[in-house]
Write a protein that binds this ligand. Structure first.
Ligand code: FNR
Length: 369
C-alpha cells in the first residue's frame, strides 16, 4: 500500500509481515518460548488509564525532551535491533538518516548489519547516537570497540545485561540459520557459527555469560560515556545498578525475546521507581530509568513518563517501518508519533514533558501480580 495509508505504527508491522522473506519475519517478530511476554508488553499499556486535566491552555504543546543530556524531538529513542539488512538493503542506515533529519536518537546495535563506522558516517554533524553493547568474552575487543565509539562521538553506552545466552525463539530456530551471504557482518569479533539454531543463536556465541556486577568498575574505567544497563527487571537489581555508579537502567525484557513470562518493563516501573526513591528524590538528574517493550503509540510513552520513566525506547515499530518503506518509512513513523504526541499532550493537559505527572494516570490495574 502507498505510504500515506500508514496511520499508526501497527500498520507498518502488517506491511512488513507481507513483504519480508519468511526468515527475516521469523527473526524479527519472534519471542522467547511461548511468547507470553511479547503479548504482555502490549497488554500492560492497556491496563493504565489516563486522568486527563482540562482548561490548561494547550494552544502550544512541546514534547521535545532531553535524553542523557542530548536533545531529542520526542521522549523516545530508537532502540537497537540487530541485522537490519535482513529487512532492507540499507539496513540501519535507514534509521540513522531519518533520525538525523528529525532529531531523534538512534541506539546502534553491536550486531548491526552495517559497520559501526558506516553508521556514524551517515549521521549528520552533531547528531547524537547511542551504542548498544554485547560484551565479548575477549575484553580487549570490547574495550577497543567502546573506546572507538567514544572517539567517534557516541553519547552513551547501553550494556545489554539480559542476554547471557540468547533466548529460544522457536519460530526463528525452525528457519535454521543457513548461510546468508552478507546479512550478518558481526563487528565485534569472533563468532563460532552454529547452524541449525536460528539466526539469533548463530550470531551471538561471542557474548560473555560470565559478565557480572564486578565488571562495572572496569567499564567505568575504560570510558567516560554514561553507562546504562539494558534489561533490568527487579528493584533489587535497580538498586545494585544505582550503587554500582552507572548512569541508568532500561526496564526491558528485550522485546519479549529472552526470558518468557518475565514482566513487562512498564509493569516493573512503579516498584522500581519506588525502590529508587529510597536512595533520594525522584526524578534524579544523575540516574535515568528507561522503559521499552511493546511501545507503539505516543500515548504509551506518556503513560511510562507519568509513571516515572526518563524516556522510552521503541524497537520493532521503527524496524518494521524501514522493512516496509526504507528511510521514508522511518520518517513517516516519526511523523506519526509527532502527530500523536501533539494530540495526546493536548488531551491530557500537559504543555511540556515536565507537566506529565503521576496524577495523570491511574495504574491501579497495572499489576498482574
Ligand atoms: C532486538 N533487541 C535487541 N536488544 C539488544 O540489546 N541487542 C540487540 O542486538 C537486539 N536485537 C534485537 C533484534 C530484534 C529483531 C528485536 C525485535 C529486538 C531488543 C530491542 O533493543 C528492544 O529492547 C525491544 O525491541 C523493545 O521492544 P519492542 O519495541 O520491539 O516491542
Amino acid at each position: 500500500p502507498p505510504i500515506d495509508e500508514m496511520l499508526n505504527l501497527h500498520d507498518f508491522e502488517a506491511v512488513a509481515k507481507t513483504v519480508l522473506p519468511a526468515k527475516a519475519w521469523a527473526y524479527y517478530s519472534s519471542g522467547g518460548e511461548d511468547e507470553i511476554t511479547i503479548r504482555e508488553n502490549r497488554a500492560a499499556f492497556q491496563r493504565v488509564w489516563f486522568r486527563p486535566r482540562v482548561l490548561r491552555d494547550v494552544s502550544t504543546v512541546d514534547w521535545s525532551h532531553i535524553i542523557l543530556g542530548q536533545k531529542s524531538s520526542m521522549p523516545v529513542y530508537i532502540s537497537a535491533t540487530a541485522l537490519g539488512k535482513l529487512g532492507h538493503p540499507d539496513g540501519e542506515l535507514n534509521v540513522t538518516r531519518a533520525a538525523g533529519k528529525h532529531g531523534v536518537i538512534q541506539m546502534i546495535p553491536t550486531l548491526a548489519s552495517c559497520s559501526f563506522d558506516e553508521i556514524v558516517d551517515a549521521a549528520q554533524p552533531g547528531q547524537p547516537l547511542f551504542l548498544q553493547l554485547y560484551v565479548n568474552r575477549d575484553r580487549e575487543i570490547t574495550k577497543k570497540y567502546v573506546q572507538h565509539a567514544e572517539k567517534r562521538g557516541v553519547k552513551a553506552l547501553f550494556i545489554t545485561v539480559d542476554a547471557p545466552q540468547l533466548g529460544r525463539r522457536e519460530k526463528d530456530m525452525r528457519m535454521k540459520a543457513v548461510d546468508d551471504n552478507g546479512t550478518a557482518k558481526v563487528q565485534d569479533g569472533q563468532q563460532d557459527v552454529k547452524k541449525n539454531e536460528g539466526i539469533s543463536r548463530a550470531i551471538s556465541s561471542f557474548i560473555d555469560p560470565s559478565l557480572s556486577w564486578k565488571d562495572m568498575a572496569w567499564f567505568r574505567s575504560i570510558t567516560n560515556m554514561p553507562i546504562i544497563l539494558k534489561g533490568v527487571a527487579t528493584p533489587e537489581d535497580a538498586l545494585l545498578a544505582y550503587d554500582a555508579g552507572v548512569q541508568g537502567i532500561v526496564l526491558s525484557n528485550h522485546g519479549g525475546r529472552q526470558l518468557d513470562t518475565s514482566f513487562s518493563g512498564l509493569e516493573n516501573l512503579p516498584p522500581i521507581i519506588a525502590a529508587l526513591k529510597t536512595r533520594g528524590p525522584w526524578p534524579n538528574p544523575n540516574f535515568s530509568v528507561f522503559v521499552d517493550g511493546g511501545v507503539r503509540r505516543a500515548s504509551d510513552v506518556l503513560k511510562a513518563l507519568a509513571l516515572g520513566a526518563s524516556a522510552v525506547g521503541i524497537g520493532r515499530g521503527f524496524l518494521y517501518s524501514f522493512c516496509a518503506y526504507g528511510q521514508e518509512g522511518v520518517e513517516r513513523a516519526i511523523q506519526i508519533l509527532h502527530d500523536e504526541f501533539q494530540m495526546n499532550m493536548r488531551l491530557i493537559g500537559a504543555r511540556n514533558t515536565n507537566e506529565i505527572v503521576p496524577e495523570m494516570v491511574d495504574a491501579s490495574a497495572l499489576s498482574s501480580r
